[in-house]
Design a protein around this ligand. Structure first.
Ligand SMILES: O=C(O)c1ccccc1NCC(=O)[C@H](O)[C@H](O)COP(=O)(O)O
Length: 221
């Protein structure tokens, strides 16, 4: 596709208030993430997420995020919230991620990789998650939770993935322009960089974030 027509997708993650969801939709955000990971300060109950799902406009993806949740819990969320995509951030394998019949994004920790993991990373990811719709590269180490606002060394992003990738980890209005230029992701994902407190989104930061992504798309070189 011509560079001038390409548009970097935006996902706002860890929404907990219907007003924030409405503003995100108005700003043209592509996807909204609801967190069900047990240890998250942004964790929602399925009924809370359902209320926010109902505040979403058409043509915006609802993403349900899990970290080693039990299969029954994933199924209960799907039934109540009707997400269009699932996102897994734990030790789930491909068979588990696929078993719910929805496309899935696999979160990949990018901090603390050893040389063996770095070598042939794209191939390893292909073999481990053949069913993934996309990978999301995040700024935490294996076994840690995401959503902490930490970046990672973007030069470690594997090349030759053959699938879209989403850049996450410490994205904020002040660095997302440079991050897009440095890595050319399919999309960017942000949680804490648009917050005033965990789960409480800040309208000005949300607006500035979207403006900076649009600016990067208008200045591809
Ligand atoms: O957000 C959480 O609390 C969370 C908990 C457990 C696993 C993943 C979690 N969040 C992942 C994300 O929200 C995104 O990957 C995010 O873009 C990265 O977070 P941040 O660095 O705060 O932008």
């Amino acid at each position: 596709m011509s560079k001038t027509l390409f548009r970097t997708r935006i996902k706002f993650c860890g929404m907990t208030r219907a007003g924030d969801v409405r503003l995100a939709s108005e700003l043209g955000v592509d996807a909204i993430g609801f967190v069900f990971a047990e240890d998250s300060p942004r964790r929602l109950q399925p009924e809370e997420a359902r209320a926010m799902r109902n505040a979403m406009e058409p043509l915006v993806d609802a993403v349900a995020l899990f970290r080693d949740n039990a299969p029954d819990e994933v199924r209960a969320v799907i039934k109540q919230v009707r997400p269009s995509l699932l996102q897994f951030h734990g030790a789930e394998d491909d068979a588990f991620c696929r078993s719910f019949g929805l496309p899935y994004i696999k979160g990949i920790p990018m901090v603390g990789l050893d040389p063996a993991q770095r070598a042939g990373h794209a191939t390893q990811l292909h073999l481990r998650y053949p069913g993934a719709a996309a990978f999301l590269f995040d700024g935490h180490a294996q076994g840690e939770r995401g959503g902490t606002g930490r970046t990672f060394d973007w030069s470690q992003i594997p090349t030759g993935l053959g699938k879209p990738f989403v850049l996450a980890g410490g994205m904020k209005p002040d660095n997302v322009f440079d991050a897009i230029h440095a890595t050319l992701p399919w999309g960017v994902d942000v949680a804490s960089g648009i917050e005033s407190a965990p789960g409480i989104k800040d309208g000005d930061k949300m607006r500035r974030f979207v403006e900076e992504v649009r600016r990067a798309d208008c200045h591809p070189d």
